[in-house]
Design a protein. Sequence first.
Length: 171
Amino acid sequence: MRFSTKKLTAAGMLVALGVSLSTFSIPVGASRCFPIQHFINVLAGIFLGPVYGTAMAFCTSLIRNLMGTGSILAFPGSMIGACLCGIAYQKTHKLLWTYIGEVLGTGILGGMLCCPVAIWILGKEAALFTYVPAFFISTLGGTCIAAILLSIMGRSRVLEALKGLWGAGNS
């Protein structure tokens, strides 16, 4: 696999953004939604593709865990979401499928994969769908933010310029 300096640089910037804004939250009923990683997953899926997007999500989760601001449960959710976003965009070039990839990848599959992580690594009892509601709310919030921003970027032609600059979806 050839490495792209542009994509590596963009992934590094998204990691820095994800780490620095990871404490931003929105109250949703009795819980809090932390939408930034999901928003960044959608951007990475579009601009970087599945390989760099997944690597970006891994690095963000790793740094947040090393800093003590993240949970080990962030790994399965963010990485699967970023990967599915990249695959969905690469195959369809449709934003709607990219959004669906994030919601299904992080909200459903990532939430379900947190169960074995919680049991085997954290030693906690957990049912298969224990983490799905919280992950789903968070990913829905981040995906909506991404959809709004990308809609604005699309109307102003910034989206096409960035895709051309970074060679979007070609990883």
